[in-house]
Design a protein around this ligand. Sequence first.
Ligand SMILES: Nc1nc2c(ncn2[C@@H]2O[C@H](COP(=O)(O)OP(=O)(O)OP(=O)(O)O)[C@@H](O)[C@H]2O)c(=O)[nH]1
Ligand SMILES: [Mg+2]
Length: 562
Amino acid sequence: MFFYVETGFSSDTHRLQFIPARREASHPAVTETQDDEDNLQDQIRRRRKTEWKRRQGGQTFLDHLIINVRGGNGGDGCVAFHREKWKPMGPPSGGSGGRGGDVYILPTPNLTTLSSIPKRIRGAAGANGQGTWQNGKNAPPTIIKVPLGTVLRELLPGDPRRAKDEWEAEEEGLEGLGPEDRRAKLRDDRWVHYPRYADDNINRDVFKQAEASLHREERARRWARKQRALSPINVDLDKTEEVVISDDAPLGTGRQEWLGQLVARGGSGGLGNPHFLSPINRSPKFATRGHEGERITLSLELKILADIGLVGMPNAGKSTLLRALTGGRAKTEVASYAFTTLNPIVGVIRVAEDGTFEGALQGERVFEETAIEEERLRECELSETEDQDQLLRSEDTSDAEQRTGHHFDIHETFRFTVADNPGLIARASENVGLGHSFLRSMERSLALVYVVDFSRPDPWDELRDLKDELEKYLPGMSDKAHMVIANKADLLGGDGDQKAVDEAREKLRRLEEYVKTEMVVKTADGERILDVIPASAKLSQNTKKVVRLMQNYVQQARTAQV
Ligand SMILES: Nc1nc2c(ncn2[C@@H]2O[C@H](COP(=O)(O)OP(=O)(O)OP(=O)(O)O)[C@@H](O)[C@H]2O)c(=O)[nH]1
Ligand SMILES: [Mg+2]
């Protein structure tokens, strides 16, 4: 007779409609055949492995993170009755629960890495309602600060890294239960009863009606949530927003602070028993519990901002070049094995008006592998302790070195940043080597510079692979390239005999020819031919020219942006 018999959530057939299989099936990542499925699993495994490899150095720098966020749960409603002298049957007086806290993500310029962000975040819970009509307090919002330039993406159903949402989690908790137990558990999760009245309530029609209307409301909520899930969160948090309130805003609206991007709403509070008061139910002995907050899995990616990105195969000398350009200040490791650099590292290049840059001030300096340099430094320190005079002298020199940098402050007229990247190899898009996911940081850089090992027999092949991989990462990405640095040029030319020098010249000419014919970049106003510069990062040869050209690209791009 009652409506709930057909549609009440105690009906098992009805609940089956909410199993998440339908959402999963609509996701493109889920493939039909077993082969494709295996392929996908394989790809995911490889991606994880390469990500792990990149982070194993224990760096505090993190540019990719997956977090599980939950909005705060709502507080429970309260079942209570008013008690007063001479009033034997007081009215129901249970307060409602407070709302659970929302979770926001706020970009801030003060952070530079994602490493301080917890992997699991839960909004604050709303307070429970209490007797004498006292409603529970709403929970304050939780604000998670992330660095500017973070990209937020919601993981979709079908992604193995995604945690269950609130409905799926509930369904999981009910697994293996018979229909009776299942119904009882669902009821327990939704209702608060007056002490010792649980059994009595369940058999009363008023409760059944309330249960049915709660179910209808829940269905509407799920529908709304599903609609929201159709447009998943995908935002680039690269600027902070100011909330501007017009001058004629009503008095008292005040200035509202921008809390950031709302990612998970808190659950609403449960209703106290006065809400169930009706002409046929004068003494409602039940109240509802608060709703659970939304659950969502987000992937955070940090795009570091550097004006210029170095792209090259492993061991081409990218890290050595960055150290040479920054005078050794960039703390990036150099070694003779592939994949020394695991994460992008940014160095600042300071240039004076006459084109000298800070690194060039130190005169003839050889940028060796970091382990060798450290060894040399240690030896130096040891001998210093032995000889007091030498100690004094070495203090002098270190002072002088500091002063070079210090004096440079007055001369500096231009400054730009260069990012040293992990090595990119052919088939990186299939996650060979370190993959190419680190290129996301380069998406927003103003210019890219190829670094190739010129002492290898066929540097042009390297260039072709590099360009291909850039295009595979993001079509059009290779159009940002401006220059090819033919590094390790010191290894060519032998001892200066004419034959070897001629050979080196011929090789350079061939490289230039290749760049002119195969690597032409299309720009808005025609075509651009990349500059080819032979250089030696280790011996700081020709680095001044490299810096001058880099400065030009940055200046052009900056003025074009304005
Ligand atoms: N002779 C010579 N050797 C160089 C030059 N530049 C770099 N090297 C050496 O090449 C090796 C690799 O240098 P790295 O700077 O670590 O190369 P990388 O491109 O950063 O390599 P990954 O970080 O693995 O991608 C080191 O042994 C350097 O000493 C150069 O101009 N001349
Ligand atoms: Mg390196």
